[in-house]
Structures are given as structure tokens and as C-alpha cells.
Design a protein around this ligand. Structure first.
Ligand SMILES: [Zn+2]
Length: 288
């Protein structure tokens, strides 16, 4: 009888115990939120409302990580600080590097070595792979709720595919050139045959020279680009100057690497951001 009671207790506690997951960038948080649902206690390491490239971990972050069942990072390129923390706190067994499960592409600024363009979440096919990998992680960690995780993942993938279909319209735009604040839209540009010009490099804190700025103003004029994009968590001064000098408009486009605190409170999802981005891209690229 005692044994049976103990077994029952174990079973009940494993059904109700939540899987504690810590993620780095917002897209990972967004996917875990949808696939994990109520079975997951989710921690966001990079605070909402901040620029993700500029993040530096705090001692409190380590405390959070030591309590986590799973730690999901986007890549060592995006989170160069992660490796040291993982090794120092023996987190290897709970860590997943999502960049190993998606299609990654090289970037011109990295001539050699293992570096690549870290903004892979801006390709819908990669986003679907992220959903599938997080589903697999949750099923392995919490088999009792595997049916729920599978159902949640399937539903999310359906929603992603619906928006992905709408993005197809970008392929037939008249002016397939965009100028963005930093080199975040390489994957999206590849998917739809867009030429991306960027004001700063792989990270928003890489500043262009005066000569490069003059060249960009020239490009905006020559390529008939009428919208210069800026982004929420980076300085918009240069985008606005270039737009003004070239007689173009300036408009926000989100790389979706993070969302504001307010947007998080309103439960803004990755797909909401991408829906807004589509409207702006269609306008900027003269689509039907
Ligand atoms: Zn970026």
C-alpha cells in the first residue's frame, strides 16, 4: 500500500511539475511559449526592451540557469558570452545550441572561422525547424505531456505556414531593394530575392564611416529606394539622416530579436511582428 501511494505521489508530481526553461533571444522564448504552454516555466535571459547584441549576463542570470532544466541559446555568434558561463557552471548537459538545427549562412564580414550570420530566425523555414527542435526537446524531457507538445507544435507550424504563404507576394515586388539599420535581414532577403543594404554591420553598434554614409545616400537615390528602415532598440539617428539627405521616408522594421516590455505585456508574438513587417516591406518595395 505504501509503495503504491508513493508511486501515485511520484506520478502526480511529475504530471504537475513544470519544465523550467531559460532562453536567450526573443524568438526562442516565443517558440517555447507556444510549444510548451502551461507545462513550462519560462525564463527570458536577455531583458525585453534591450538590444540583444549588446547583452552582458549578470550573476542573477547564473542563479536562474542553475535552476533550469533546459537552457536554449541561439548561437555562439549571437551570444558570445554563453560558452564561458556554460563551462564554468557545468551546464553542457542542459544546453541546446539552436543554430545546429537550422540552416545557417555565411556572412561577408566573417572571412574565416566558424562564424556565420546569426539572424537565422528571419527565415520561416528556420522558424519551423526551431519549433520542431523545441518540440523534440520537450518530448524528451517531459514524455508524459508529449501529446500536448506535439499538438502545440503542429498548430504553431500551421500558423507560421499561413504567414509564410503571404510573404510569397514579396517575390513579385517592383523594387526589390531595401536599406535597413543593421545586417539582420540576410535570411529573409535570400528567401524572397531581395537586395539588402545596411547602415551598420552584423551588429547595430558597428558604426559606418563618413564615406560609407555618403555611399548609402547615393544608393538610396540611384536605386529609387523611398524608405529607409530603422529599428526600435538601436539608435535611429543615422537612418533618419540618410533618409533626409536622400529625400526618402524613414520607417521602423523589426528584426524581431527582441520586443519591448510593453509589447510583451500585450502578448505580442513573433508572427504579429512579422505581419507588421510584411505590410512595411510591401510598401517600401512597391508591391501590388
Ligand atoms: Zn542583429
Amino acid at each position: 500500500m505504501k509503495k503504491l501511494l508513493l508511486l501515485l505521489l511520484l506520478l502526480v508530481s511529475s504530471v504537475y511539475a513544470k519544465v523550467i526553461i531559460t532562453t536567450t533571444i526573443y524568438p526562442l522564448y516565443d517558440v517555447v511559449q507556444d510549444v510548451g504552454g502551461d507545462n513550462v516555466e519560462l525564463n527570458n535571459l536577455i531583458p525585453f526592451g534591450t538590444e540583444p547584441h549588446a547583452f552582458e549576463p549578470t550573476p542573477q542570470n547564473i542563479v536562474t540557469l542553475l535552476k533550469s532544466d533546459l537552457f536554449i541559446i541561439s548561437s555562439p555568434v549571437m551570444e558570445p558570452w554563453a560558452d564561458k558561463i556554460i563551462k564554468a557552471n557545468h551546464l553542457e548537459k542542459i544546453t541546446t545550441d539552436m543554430s545546429k538545427y537550422v540552416r545557417i549562412k555565411k556572412h561577408k564580414s566573417f572571412k574565416e572561422g566558424k562564424a556565420f550570420d546569426p539572424h537565422y530566425w528571419l527565415s520561416f523555414n528556420n522558424y519551423i525547424r526551431m519549433v520542431k527542435e523545441i518540440e523534440a526537446l520537450l518530448v524528451a524531457k517531459d514524455a508524459i505531456n508529449s501529446k500536448t507538445y506535439k499538438k502545440n507544435a503542429k498548430n504553431y507550424i500551421e500558423k507560421i505556414k499561413t504567414l509564410q504563404d503571404k510573404y510569397e507576394t514579396l517575390k513579385s515586388c517592383k523594387n526589390k531593394r531595401v536599406i535597413v539599420n543593421h545586417d539582420a535581414f540576410g535570411y529573409l532577403s535570400d528567401d524572397y530575392g531581395i537586395k539588402q543594404y545596411s547602415i551598420s554591420g552584423m551588429s547595430p553598434d558597428e558604426q559606418p564611416s563618413a564615406k560609407q554614409i555618403a555611399q548609402l545616400i547615393d544608393i538610396v537615390k540611384k536605386e529609387n529606394i523611398h524608405t529607409v528602415f530603422f529599428e526600435e532598440f538601436a539608435n535611429d539617428k543615422l537612418s533618419k539622416t540618410i533618409a533626409k539627405e536622400a529625400g526618402a521616408k524613414s520607417e521602423e522594421l523589426s528584426p524581431a530579436g527582441n520586443i519591448s516590455k510593453q509589447a510583451h505585456r500585450k502578448n505580442v508574438k513573433f508572427l504579429d511582428i512579422m505581419r507588421k513587417n510584411l505590410v512595411k516591406l510591401k510598401k517600401a518595395m512597391d508591391c501590388q
